[in-house]
Design a protein around this ligand. Structure first.
Ligand code: GTP
Length: 559
């Protein structure tokens, strides 16, 4: 029974390590914090830088306002120490990197404090004007190099401080956020995931996915846990239902399989032990047959398997003829039943009733089942009975019933064709005295001998010698216009038997009297008329002394 598993391995590759949500969140928080810090710091530093520049400008203005008068006076008076003292005072300010006083046009006419100003950028120049009252005299020029390095250093220091503080702040904030995220989200998600990984619907109990904390929090994760718990309940119920159904189905399949196995066993037993020969045929080839089938034809086990059905037919013609009989019946969906003479392995033939039926009439390629019953014994018995019914029990030649049938047929043919037909009646002369004197058994023997003579004289297929009754015989000779010669031969043949008859007035041996009639060219040939006429001729033969033949050629109208 398969279990439905919620293991995450079903939905992802277990080889792939889990990327913690918190780490990704930390990366994003750090990125956003960094961008924020860079933007805020840049703005702040830029503002501070501008403010420092403004302070520098303001200080330089202050220098101009506060020192220019004193310097101009010191320069007018050529008070070098005072000028130097004042320039040193200027350079002592952190905002001024260097200062020089030019009092002439040449480079030598200057007094510099600090580094040289030549070629420097940002040098501020102030004219030194000395007020003489009525006029103002320019006594030189004050040149001041602002301390921009200080501005840059202060900006850099501030930047470093801001970066450090922002970084620490972002780090602490991220850690706190991470912990919070873990506590509020990741921890609960992990718990849900761990619980669900052990969920096995339909077999184990339901897992408590909603905790007391979820109920208190009542947040989205609580809703998720509740939803999962509902899904778990439905899935579990569905799985239990499916398991029950599957178990019922398996029971049913097992039960039916058992029945099927039993039925197959029974069918196999029937197949193996049936006295009926059974074979499965496809494309005229024996696919499988039972032992009876093989034995019926004298083959060993499985010797017929794979062979053409032709082997059990006496000839190609018989094979094709039988097929032409049963194929139309089979293709109509019917069962062909017929008697057929089939060939054994040893060359002898036997008679069978065969039944043939397609397994699936809509798909003849599936083949057919052939069942055979050996009817040879029954058929022989029937033929023996038939023979007995048609033959005389004592003499073995045709009996009166056979004679009557043959005479009817012969009369119909003679009437239809206007062909000749002769009928003769024979009577053993003085047979009562023979019986009385020699005994009934000797009489029987004599009758058999006479019958043999008559039978052996019948040469053509439709000639018939029959016992008419008692010691009387009849002979039917179709297509014979004048039977007299043959009948005379018969009479002589009986005499030639030389059966002693001491109480006959006709001869010293057993003899016969024969009356015959012959018709030709008539369309009204009646058995009764012929027999009556033959009997009349027989009577005449007796009247005339017996042991003779009296024959009448009967005109058509008289018959
Ligand atoms: N042994 C024997 N005798 C038979 C059989 N059927 C009839 N008979 C006898 O044949 C005799 C016929 O006698 P009848 O009818 O008087 O004729 P018949 O003695 O031959 O005299 P005719 O015919 O006038 O020459 C009877 O005695 C019958 O018993 C038979 O199957 N076996």
């Amino acid at each position: 029974m398969s279990k439905l598993s919620l293991n995450t391995s079903l939905s992802r590759n277990p080889e792939t390590p889990v990327r913690p949500l918190a780490r990704r969140m930390l990366a994003w928080v750090l990125l956003i914090s960094a961008i924020n810090a860079v933007l805020a710091t840049s703005v702040q530093l830029y503002l501070d830088y501008r403010r420092d520049l403004a302070d520098l400008e303001e200080h330089l203005n202050f220098v101009r306002d506060s020192h220019l008068q004193g310097l101009a006076a010191a320069a007018w008076n050529f008070d070098r120490p005072l000028v130097e003292a004042q320039l040193k005072g200027l350079v002592g300010s952190p905002w001024v990197a260097a200062a020089e006083l030019r009092y002439g046009r040449t480079d030598e006419q200057r007094l510099a404090i600090g580094e040289s100003l030549d070629g420097k950028e940002g040098v501020k120049a102030f004219p030194l004007e000395y007020d003489l009252g009525p006029r103002t005299v320019v006594v030189g020029q004050l040149r001041v190099l602002p301390n921009l390095a200080l501005v840059y250093q202060r900006t850099l220091d501030r930047g470093l401080i801001v970066v450090l503080t922002q970084g620490v702040k972002a780090f602490v904030f991220s850690i706190a956020l991470l912990w919070l995220f873990h506590w509020l989200v990741t921890r609960r998600l992990t718990r849900l995931s761990t619980l669900l990984s052990g969920f096995s619907p339909g077999t184990a109990g339901l897992l408590p996915l909603v905790t007391e904390e979820d109920r208190r929090a009542n947040d989205e994760l609580s809703v998720l846990a509740g939803t999962l718990e509902d899904a778990q309940t439905r899935l579990d119920a569905y799985q239990r239902q499916e398991i029950a159904l599957r178990e019922a189905l398996e029971d049913e399949v097992a039960r039916r399989t058992l029945h099927l196995d039993q039925a197959l066993l029974e069918q196999q037993a029937i197949f193996d032990n049936s006295l009926t020969g059974i074979a499965f045929i496809r494309q005229r080839v024996i696919l499988r047959c039972n032992a009876s089938f093989e034995q019926m034809f004298g083959y060993g086990p499985r010797e017929l398997t794979g062979k053409s059905t032709r082997v059990i037919f006496t000839s190609d013609k018989a094979f094709e003829q039988e097929a032409s009989f049963f194929m139309p019946v089979l293709l109509r969906g019917g069962t062909y039943v017929g008697d057929c003479e089939l060939l054994r392995k040893d060359g002898r033939t036997r008679w069978f009733t065969l039944q043939f039926k397609l397994l699936d009439v809509d798909d003849p390629e599936q083949g057919a089942v052939l069942t055979l019953h050996d009817i040879t014994v029954r058929r022989d018995a029937e033929q023996a009975l038939e023979r007995l019914a048609r033959l005389d029990g004592l003499t073995g030649i045709a009996n009166r019933r056979t004679l009557d049938e043959a005479l009817r047929v012969a009369c119909r043919k003679a009437s239809r064709d206007r062909s000749p037909l002769s009928v003769a009646l024979l009577d053993v002369d003085f047979f009562k005295p023979f019986n009385d004197h020699y005994g009934h058994a000797a009489g029987d023997t004599a009758l058999c001998s006479v019958a043999d003579v008559l039978q052996s004289a019948m040469r053509r297929p439709y000639d018939l010698a029959a016992r008419y009754g008692g010691e009387e015989f009849a002979i039917l000779l179709p297509a014979c216009e004048d039977p007299a010669p043959l009948l005379e031969q018969l009479r002589q043949a009986v005499v030639a038997l030389a059966i002693p008859h001491g109480h006959s007035q006709a001869s010293t041996v057993v003899s016969v009297s024969i009356g015959a009639v012959s018709v030709s060219g008539t369309d009204r040939c009646e058995p009764g008329d012929l027999l009556a006429t033959a009997d009349a001729m027989l009577y005449r033969a007796k009247e005339e002394g017996r042991n003779r033949v009296v024959c009448q050629l009967m005109p058509a109208e008289a018959a």
